[in-house]
Design a protein around this ligand. Sequence first.
Ligand code: SAH
Length: 265
Amino acid sequence: MSDKSKSHGRLSISTSFKPRELVTHNPRLAGVWTARIITLFPDAFPGVLGESLTGKALKDGKWQLETTNLRDFGLTKHRNVDDTPAGGGAGMVLRPDVLGPAIEHTMRGARGNWPLVYLSPRGRRFDQKMARAWSQADGVTMLCGRFEGVDQRVLDHYNIQEVSLGDFVLTGGEIAAQAMIDASVRLLPSVLGNADSIEEESHSNGLLEHPQYTKPAEWQGRKIPDVLMSGHHGNIEKWRREMAEEITKARRPDMWATFKGDKDR
Ligand code: SAH
């Protein structure tokens, strides 16, 4: 790998002048789930992924994060990456002759099941199922757009899947990439210690989660529901289940219909 890419995580703090090479060829990190990001803003990474659970796991080498700076593939001495839209109109479009080499550089050595995706408001809406599928892959490469987006031919040529964070428009793909990586990394078996909490949480079993409470037993005149203080595990489980169903029914009729359909089948 050349120094056009940068790695984050345990070995990125190495004083070596090419930490990336160490990471890529370090056998201890071979086979580790890896997110590769193509971006004009590599300094935005690891961002919030460097904190808490995902941050610790990154430092511990339980997953890896590598960025490719799209600017390094820019043309001419100005390193241009974009140009005006064919047919006219506002904004700029990322050029295929810049994106192509950046994608090929970034995908080098990506083996096995390794999705290549473009963060895009036109894409399929990201969900827990996709996070689970990606967490079971060997890694994922994400192309972050900017401006008006990318030249369509790049998406067609590399058969890139478009994935959206939601029905709104962001300035760039970086925030979406971090959200999706966060959701995927926390599902890696080595990362989230308490697997039970994954099974029960919202969107995992088709229901939204029941309400949670903690100490103190009373706050602002509001008490924790008695059943949770009863120590009766059967009743607690039953209550949580009922609450999860109630909340799902009220807030997400679409999820409830799917849940009921699956159960009755
Ligand atoms: N002109 C485009 C929007 C470009 S927004 C359109 O109308 O479809 C600039 C970049 O931000 C995009 O290339 C994409 O990478 C990213 N982006 C914007 N909204 C997003 C969303 N909802 N999910 C994922 N990425 C998004």
